[in-house]
Design a protein around this ligand. Sequence first.
Ligand code: SF4
Length: 497
Amino acid sequence: MTTFLGMPTAPRGVGHLRQTEPFPVAARRGLANTQLRRNLAKATTAIRAKRAAIVGEVPDWEELREAGRAIKAETMAHLDRYLEQLETQVTAYGGVVHWARDATEANRIVVDLVRGTGAAEVVKVKSMVTDEIGLNEALAQAGIQPYETDLAELIVQLGHDRPSHILVPAIHRNRAEIREIFLREMGDADPGLTADPAALAEAARIHLRRLFLSARVGISGANFAVAETGALCVVESEGNGRMCLTLPETLITVMGIEKVVPAWRDLGVFMQLLPRSSTGERMNPYTSIWTGVTPGDGPQQFHLVLLDNGRTAALADETGRQALHCIRCSACLNVCPVYERAGGHAYGSVYPGPIGAILSPQLTGIEDNASLPYASSLCGACYDVCPVKIDIPSVLVHLRARHVETARDSRRLPRGEAVTMAAASWVMASQGRFTAAQRAAKLGRPLGRRGRIRRLPPPFSGWTSARDMPVPAAMTFREWWQHEHRSEPPHEDGACG
Ligand code: SF4
């Protein structure tokens, strides 16, 4: 066996991971799309409430979160060992394991495997990792038609669109838009189709049934792989995954190397954490687990493609590697004020929201997704809901520091930013200058209406282009203190006014 683990230079991630434009530019488009903002606000509010209620039922939720964190940390500390154990077990049960350094290698492996079967069509169960590597495009280029079978992924594929949410990839579409897409693209949709959810689901069901029954190759991702037994696990809620995983003759699973867990019992922890955090359900509706091949039952060829694509590079960063603990529940997206307003497309990568802001820059190298670690208010809501306790705000700050260091080393730190920081440092280094700056800020009070300033004049106008700001207080903290404690003056040192 040859793996890429322990290589002196870990491969960088390629595929659909890089931003084509900085987050602020793309976010501006999302902010201007009122339909998108309405859809997102409605959907995330509903999911948030459902999750909070169902998590509130579990008295030992914090202990479960800690168990999930500990399992992931242990896995990352010995990833090489667990992956080799997984390969041994999958092979022992009749599967074939392939190692892919990056998206290009993974796509080549999958295309060759499908070609080897002679199939011209494949059915797919929703998989972020195959989105990450651009597998659908690679298959299409090779003359193989991929069919997404998850309802939301089907909507995205038929709409020639991109997913915008981990769990609900078509969250940016409403019913009327979905009806239009089905009528235009499906071919077999009833012309009298309404925008009723049941009617839309039935149209998709009829459309997909022929594909399920005729496909000879199924392609999936994996939520978990158990090193101890070689078992693979896919968690979904529509039953389409079960069809893809059991009906075709050949099953190809593409999995990021971080999805391995040491032991069978570990699934017990994640099966409690994942459905509650993602869909707000006590138990996941369809959980498929298989080990290798079983003669006369299910696919008779099983291939597992283990993908690096920048993951070992992320693993090398002791703070940043937490991003590899992610179980893709999407809870952090649903609570993020930035995601809710800008939408998933603004992140430019297949991984949107807070997790995308820390994962994508580490997979590609910070300079290729440099604006993502700044796409956060650092409010900490993502950390509070994360079922495996990924400290997203700390990783964001860490990545910002890495970006500044990298930019400074290559003398590419933006001039405006460097000048602003130097000026801020100069002002804050002296109590007198800081007090003078606070007095100057109070001159802006007449610009405010009902406690907020909506528009600042240049050169500060960029700050209020997409947000307002509070009117400066009539009294600084120091003035207030002196007023309240006239007989007890505060310490003179310290910059805080
Ligand atoms: S970072 Fe945490 S909350 Fe966000 S998707 Fe991953 S596991 Fe879920």
